[in-house]
Design a protein around this ligand. Structure first.
Ligand SMILES: [Zn+2]
Ligand SMILES: [Zn+2]
Length: 83
């Protein structure tokens, strides 16, 4: 089984609207980069979460209009049946 994140691999362009102002959100990295002492949010990253969590890549979308970050889990693509 081979899963990749289409966003990490540049296969898709994130087109996500801000839930607050409906402006376009900018993808600004993976959630992994935001876990740490400087993270403005406390995300639930328990290792006890469901299996389906393994098939998402957690990114962060940022709205310049609201200046808010929104967690955005991206569903991974299963390449085993496509290649
Ligand atoms: Zn990713
Ligand atoms: Zn916004």
């Amino acid at each position: 089984m081979s899963y990749i994140c289409p966003l990490c691999n540049g296969l898709v362009v994130p087109e996500q609207a801000c839930p607050h102002c409906l402006q376009g959100l900018l993808e600004c990295g993976k959630l992994d980069d935001y876990t740490g002492p400087y993270s403005p949010y406390v995300f639930q990253t328990s290792s006890d979460t469901a299996d389906e969590v393994e098939n998402v890549c957690n990114h962060v979308m940022y709205c310049h209009h609201c200046q808010t970050s929104t967690p955005w889990p991206v569903s991974l693509w299963d390449l085993s049946g496509n290649l």
